[in-house]
Design a protein. Structure first.
Lengths: 334, 280
């Protein structure tokens, strides 16, 4: 299984974390489960539907507290999503919870037709997303979900980075009255700096600089932020960092503004580089005539190496060291 | 007049309207629409607690058409029931029309967008669970084709329906025994249907899908407390037009002008006879 968050970091990164005073929070998964319970206590129309996933979704306390507001579907993701759509059609604020790998692939047609096309306001919750399942292998990774779901109309896609973004994402998704896909992992996350309140559709600027822009999403954001700190400290390079908790609709204004004011752009995501955040940004830049040195960092078009989430991140350069090196190569030499 | 003679006349009139609409559109699923039309006529005129004036009534009965390709039957029945003027159907499948070749919620009275097979039953299970959670007395109906039963999602939902004792749910199977490739039992055999559903924990009844009275009796109330109901209707694909009946190629065949005239003449003759019976 995956190692916990601190092992994601090299000694140098751990020391920078200490220096900058970042605090280690909890897994976004736990924050999701707690927030769902809080919302459900306040509103009996909030329902959770699971596919034998109440354990992996940290929903046992929810089930014990509100047994009438949790519906078990067994290991049957297609039915999970179809049933969730039917529930939502009657006014239930429905969270359909299943590992992201199964939810977004096995039930893709139900997501497309029953949720998005029929406009049933289900919140699809993809747990243990990306490579959270680590060494369990590629059957359990969701590195396709953002690409597949970006191509479906009427679906908001949320990938929160830290506990704050997760809690806000859950609250706003449940009350959005339109379909949402929300995905996160299960390792503890550092609380990111940044004062801008979370709003669906808006990027969150965490840091400002003119040399390079990191556009990152989900559990990769912390690595981009550390890379930015390292570049500042060791090379006098000033980096902007945009956390992008909403993959769709993209905050085009913030992304373009950020790119225009920086010399180069790196996108970072826990997803295959095909069809994910990086390609979304690339398309945006081309159409807007913003031509900057640009690199997508994510998982390449291959089945990943075996290892924990941390191992896989490091292997593909999703780390303070990997991202700062990529930035150095990209920044035009003057 | 027997209780169902008015429905007999409606059935012939709506067949004519439907064939006219398919001919004009140059597209449609003729055979399956003709096989399920009588089921829909009974549902919408005898069973469903719905009202065109209040299509969003939270206490209404719900109908989800899983075999979405037979949408032409649903369109004419909804129009006849007052959900929209019949003239609007002239735009069926035309550029920018709301009348798509599969059900969409753009049309008043249609609950869900369907068309990909194996989706209706899970959605209906969700609606039925919501009814139970809220102690509502509405019922939920869904119509499936027999070829559609090869989709695995149906069996996931069938398990869930009995697990949750959804006696407010009725699935209707339009068993016309034909699908695009040929006889359903040869493409992927689903028999014995009654045994399958019984073993999944459903209450089962089988009726002639063109017998109005039998359909009404079968759907009037849940068959058994604590179990979902399945009404297996034995139907004829292409029902009502002799040269279309039980002929696989009419699955999505569109009549030529000559074929339309022949079909209309045949239906007119039956209509005349039915109206004659009504007046004597």
């Amino acid at each position: 299984m995956s190692a916990p968050a601190p092992s994601l970091f090299s000694e140098a990164a751990a020391s920078l974390i200490k220096e900058t005073g970042l605090k280690l929070g909890r897994p976004n998964l736990e924050v999701f489960a707690e927030t769902a319970l809080e919302l459900a206590r306040a509103d009996r129309d909030v329902l959770v539907v699971t596919s034998d996933s109440r354990g992996s979704g940290k929903l046992k306390p929810f089930g014990e507290a509100l047994p009438d507001q949790i519906v078990e579907m067994g290991i049957a993701e297609q039915n999970l999503v179809g049933v969730a759509a039917g529930l939502a059609s009657t006014g239930k604020k429905t969270l359909a919870v299943s590992p992201a790998c199964f939810l977004s692939a096995r039930a893709l047609e139900q997501i497309k037709n029953d949720v998005a096309y029929s406009d049933n306001p289900v919140t699809l919750v993809g747990i243990s997303a990306g490579v959270s399942y680590g060494a369990l292998g590629s059957t359990h990774h969701s590195l396709h979900d953002l690409a597949a779901l970006r191509a479906i109309n009427n679906l908001t896609i949320l990938v929160p980075a830290d506990n704050f973004e997760t809690a806000e994402a859950v609250r706003q998704a449940v009350n959005l009255e339109s379909p949402v896909y929300l995905r996160f992992g299960k390792a503890a996350q550092y609380d990111l700096p940044g004062n801008k309140p979370f709003q669906i559709g808006q990027a969150r600027p965490l840091r400002s600089g003119k040399d390079i822009l990191f556009i990152a999403t989900g559990e990769t954001v912390i690595h981009a932020w550390l890379a930015a700190e390292l570049l500042h400290k060791e090379a006098g390079i000033e980096a902007s960092v945009l956390s992008l908790p909403t993959i769709k609709p993209l905050d085009t204004e913030a992304i373009l503004e950020g790119a225009r004011t920086c010399s180069a752009v790196v996108t970072v995501e826990e997803h295959m580089v095909n069809g994910g955040l990086g390609e979304a940004c690339a398309g945006l830049f081309m159409e807007a005539g913003v031509h900057k040195p640009f690199q997508r960092i994510g998982i390449p078009d291959e089945y990943t190496v075996t290892g924990s989430q941390a191992d896989i991140f490091r292997h593909y350069g999703i780390s303070m060291e990997g991202l700062s090196q990529a930035a150095m190569k990209l920044i035009p030499k003057t | 007049m027997s209780v169902s003679e008015d429905l007999q006349i409606k059935s012939l009139e709506l067949r004519k309207q439907m064939l006219g609409a398919i001919y004009q559109a140059g597209a449609g699923h003729t055979g399956g629409s003709l096989s399920c039309l009588d089921i829909l006529i009974v549902l919408y005129n005898r069973i469903l607690r719905i009202s065109p004036e209040r299509p969003d009534d939270p206490d209404r009965d719900r109908y989800v058409q899983s075999k979405g390709h037979s949408v032409e039957a649903l369109y004419v029945v909804l129009s006849n029931r007052g959900f929209f003027p019949a003239a609007e159907l002239d735009t069926l499948c035309q550029y920018q029309s709301h009348f798509v070749g599969h059900p969409t919620r753009k049309i008043p009275g249609i609950e869900q967008n369907t068309g990909a097979l194996g989706h209706g039953l899970p959605i209906a299970v969700g609606m039925a669970i919501a009814g139970k959670l809220d102690n509502k007395d509405y019922r939920v109906f869904t119509l499936l084709g027999d070829g559609e039963l090869a989709e695995g999602s149906n069996w996931e939902a069938a398990m869930a329906a009995s697990h949750y004792k959804l006696d407010n749910l009725t699935a209707i199977l339009d068993v016309n025994t034909l699908q695009i490739t040929g006889r359903t039992c040869e493409v992927m055999n689903h028999e014995p249907l009654e045994d399958k559903f019984r073993s999944f924990g459903w209450a089962v009844t089988t009726v002639d899908g063109h017998d109005f009275q039998a359909l009404e009796e079968a759907m009037a109330s849940p068959l058994e407390v604590g179990k979902p109901t399945v009404v297996i209707t034995r139907t004829t694909k292409g029902k009502g037009v002799s040269f279309m009946e039980d002929v696989g190629s009419w699955h999505h065949g569109v009549p030529s002008e000559e074929q339309l005239q022949t079909a209309m003449a045949e239906l007119d003759k039956k209509l005349e006879a039915a109206k004659g019976r009504l007046t004597t």
